[in-house]
Design a protein around this ligand. Sequence first.
Ligand code: BGC
Length: 899
Amino acid sequence: MKISAPKDLRCEYLRNPLGIDIRQPLFSWVVEHKGRGQSQKAYQIIVSSDSELALKRIGDQWDSGKVKSEMTFNAVYSGKPLKSCRRYFWQVRWWDKDGNASPFSETAFFEMGFLKQSEWKAKWISKKDCEEFSSKGTIFQGKYMGKYIHSRTLYLRKEFEAKQEVQRARAYVCGLGFYEMRLNGQKVGDRVLDPAQTDYKKIALYSTYDITRQIKRKNAIGVILGNGRHIKNYGYGHPKLILQIKIEYKSGAKETIVSDGTWKVSYGPLAKDGLYFGERYDARLERPGWDEPDFDDLKWRRVSAVKGPELHSQLVQPIRVIKMLKAKRLYSPSPGIYIYDFGQNFAGWAKLFVRGPRGTKVSLRHAELIHEDGTLNTAPNQNAEASDVYILKGAGPEVYEPRFTYHGFRYVEVSGFPGVPSLENVQGCVVHTDVEDVSDFFCSNELLNTIHHNVVWGELSNLMSIPTDCPQRDERYGWLGDAHLSAEEAVFNFDLAAFYTKFLKDIQLAQNEDGSLPDTVPLYLGRLYPADPAWGSAYMTLAWLVFSFYGDKRILEEHYSSLKKYIEFLRSNAEGNILKKLGKYGDWCPPGSVVPKRTPVELTASWYYYHDLLLLVRISKILGKKNDAGRYSKLAEKVKEAFNKNYLEDDHYRAQQMSPVERSPSQTSNILPLYLDMVPKEKREKILQILLQSIIQQHDYHLDTGILGTRYILDVLSDNGYGDVAYRIVNQRSYPGWGYMVDEGATTLWERWEKITGGGMNSHNHIMFGSVDAWFYRVIAGISSLSPGWKRIRIRPPILDGLDYATARVRTIRGEARVSWQKKKGSFELMALIPVGSEGEIYIPVMSEKCIVKENKKILWEKGALRKAGGTDLLFSGRKGKYLVFKTGSGDYIFNIEW
Ligand code: BGC
């Protein structure tokens, strides 16, 4: 039988990546099969050192031979040592479970970066005595942190000659905070806001560009350097650059061009830039030809060599301008002021198309909101100026878009525009890390679809090489709490394997000697050690998520000792096995408040200690660390006991009293122990009832949770047979709830359950309440992974009044999985796709005892019993409540239930 070749070949989760600096990179691929119950019996990978050999299928670099394995991912390169800057070609083929061999896949490649720091011959360069400017200071954690000091934007240049015909040329570049590299008058590549953020005192990431086609005989490199996060206030110096170009001539000769003391530097039309501040661009100062050869740079100064951090390759998708939005509405609230409404809150910037007299100054201000009179409301930006200014040179049509800033906004206010602008004059550029969109969710309830839309836009607005809290105000930090609370939703929606692999390294780098972590990573500002355990949990939670979602065992190995160190830090701070002092924020932003209302901060801190311990036990088991597993499970037991002893009061978990008369329970205090099954058996039902009472009687089917409780409330309800209550909470249109936000015009999620339009904590694009979307996939569509790397997939449509159909597609590491179900009068249809290598556990709702269940037109079940001689390949595994459960292998399944 003919089977098709593997597809979607990835190296380090990236397609045909440049600049791999890992000696034994990981490979993955996807296999598909027409038959059912298929899995990979074996594979063979060949890696060739040139394309000719690849064509002949000669794996001179590595030939894995036939490897017996069902794994289509996590395959570790094990051939001859890979060499820096070399390109390798790879192919893979597979054998299905019946032993049929596929042809080899198409050839993919990966190209190495620098394997040793010493291969960097280039120097970090900058401008001595760089001018500075200050922008509005920031208020952080309630404290005024002083003004931001920025360096003026720098322009650097260097000319060089290519003496012979070029075979191939690569540029390895890192410019801190942000850079734009230009070669012979053109921008190199399409990355923006590069490089990805890291703690620049420790490491910086370089990007690799293929510039073969852009090289001429005479060449000029121009680099514009902006501030980004690389500013004095965060302990870094002026912006700086390191760049190394490697040219291979057709003759075989080689040449290297490097950043060094011979480069020249000056200022240019982009005078000021700041992440929060925006940009000031004076087109009159443009010097055409500055990034081309033969430019007169006599007046330019020489650069100075400066110190820089260790360099690693940027193995995460770059930030790009992903799409352009046209405004939905343009109006003028007062003479000369125009407002563009894009109808969607997003992260990015506005692109200006203008024509007018020289010296005309056009200002663009960005905001999420407008006031009732239609004027711009910048209150949620707090101290971020978020404004870009362009001064026209007056030479026909001019186009401007910023380079080194981004904004979170829906509205752009334009002033100073020459004449009356039209909808075409300002366009929205949607900007974020260019992760692949891997899933869809859709159902019969429009409100849920809108919430899903808002989560997706909120998530994307907060993928800026690190997961950020928000894109608009003077924060945009990698708050660890926000990062892990939204992470499951994020991996459902986007391919974040490379993104989180990078972010986990950032967390590891931020760890102190004593094992503590900060609340934000990278730590730019403030005294944020040690993290609130509910924030620090991101380390364990994300490592576990990358393993469980992508099956990546390496991540566990690479972080194990640091994860353990973190737990040891918590342990050494525990008093009687609970964490009384480490909590800071707790169940942040419950209805009506920023700080937790009813939920004690030490309760959430201690709960996360237990939560992380459980994960560490699982991780130790997976890595075969038996002693650790034993030791930490004993400790976990003790923490659980201490938790119950300290916080279980009679029939509910402790709540903070709001006043002497108001004694309501805390939903979160009860949700958390239920979620981890910590409640003593005899009290379990009681605790559940307390929670339900609070939700139903006291809050009329609304949640009363902050970000921590919200993450788990829906799961606790649906896992305990109260899916209908969870659904009602989600379906609420009144305050507080996601539906309330929608009805109040939200197009992303808010930071607060309240609609607040004034100053203070009121971002309208925060992702920390986004976990609801993971519940949509798992419970509403009914698709979830039961074991690491989607080995076992559960398909379980919910039985809910008022919901008629749902469908979801999820690209797992093994390939696409799908579910689609529809309820009609007297019938129910369910379709499922289980990828090759996975097993399905399919739940068929028994809508009536008299129902007939067919799969692919064959009767499986009738008259309340299994039809024996059906000739089906499904395995009945029993009844669970209102469902019949069948086990399947991979393949497409269509069920029909009629009654
Ligand atoms: C951020 C949050 C963050 C919190 C921690 C806020 O300012 O925007 O999302 O988790 O601080 O307290």
